[in-house]
Write a protein that binds this ligand. Structure first.
Ligand code: HPA
Length: 280
């Protein structure tokens, strides 16, 4: 049968191979306002999502919709600026097609980044948080429906979804670069409205340190197909009810931009480190 989830991802993977060459070991998905990292890659070649058959069209402000391959710290990596979100109306399987395509292309490790609201009182706008674990509160799983055994098992383990070795590496890089790096639990909701203060109190009680509208379904699909995963949140605002101001996407993008140099600095050492771990 054509046009199964697998077929769409396989078609996208073939285009990655044709347009971008052999797969790099590591890929990164860049969240809202964080796309600038892609412009720092050396000798970059890219392809727009729109010209990759199989990938859904993405259409949010602050998301370019492009896959770029280039060099950072001696490693060759793929950077995806822009992602499909549940709130755009995409099916959960469509949200994760790019993740599966990366795996079928031959990528081994995936770093997912996002903009998030800070719930833990230690978090300040502009801070970075390494994701230690998540709460999937989106209401969706990308694995719902018949399992395709070519992608992964019916019941994938999620007990160490965010790779412990990668987390140790991120911590070490942050320490070396004298960057503050929080570590905590990311709650992924479907959005697109920001949370109410009551919802934020609930999330805090549930153990969430930060909240956003992406990443969790991608991590489930990534673990399902055997990718090793790291997650990094840029805390762009205090979550609803915790600060004085109301929330807006403009504020999210502005603050993500302020965190630009810390974000790029951390990744420019962490990604080659991850590449070294998975390439051997
Ligand atoms: N809530 C949900 N998603 C977000 C937030 C938030 O406060 N900030 C950035 N993305």
């Amino acid at each position: 049968m054509m046009n199964t989830t697998f077929d769409l991802a396989a078609a996208a993977a073939r285009t990655f191979q044709e347009r971008l060459g052999d797969p790099p070991a590591v890929a990164i998905v860049l969240g809202s306002g964080l796309g600038d990292f892609a412009t720092t890659l050396e000798g970059a070649v890219g392809v727009d999502y729109a010209s990759v058959p199989g990938l859904p069209l993405v259409g949010v402000e602050g998301h370019a919709g492009r896959v770029v391959v280039g060099g950072v710290g001696g490693a060759r990596i793929a950077a995806l600026s822009g992602r499909a979100h549940l709130y755009e109306g995409h099916e959960p399987a469509a949200v994760v097609t790019a993740v599966r395509a990366l795996r079928l292309w031959g990528v081994s490790a995936l770093v997912l980044t996002n903009a998030a609201g800070g719930i833990n009182s230690a978090m300040r706008p502009g801070d970075l948080m390494l994701i230690s674990d998540h709460l999937n509160l989106s209401g969706y799983s990308p694995l719902r429906g018949p399992n395709d055994d070519r992608l992964g098992p019916r019941f994938p383990d999620m007990s160490v979804a965010y790779d412990a070795e990668f987390r140790a590496l991120f911590r070490q890089v942050a320490q070396t670069r004298d960057l503050t790096l929080h570590e905590g639990v990311y709650a992924g909701l479907a959005g697109p409205s920001y949370e109410t203060p009551a919802e934020i109190r609930m999330l805090r009680t549930m153990g969430a340190d930060a909240v956003g509208m992406s990443t969790v379904v991608e991590v489930i699909a990534a673990r399902h197909c055997g990718l090793r995963v790291a997650g990094l949140s840029c805390i762009t605002n205090l979550a609803a009810g915790l600060g004085q101001s109301t929330l807006s996407h403009d504020e999210v993008k502005e603050t993500a931009n302020l965190a630009r140099s810390a974000f790029i600095g951390l990744l420019s050492s962490a990604l080659p480190g991850i590449a070294a771990k998975v390439s051997t």
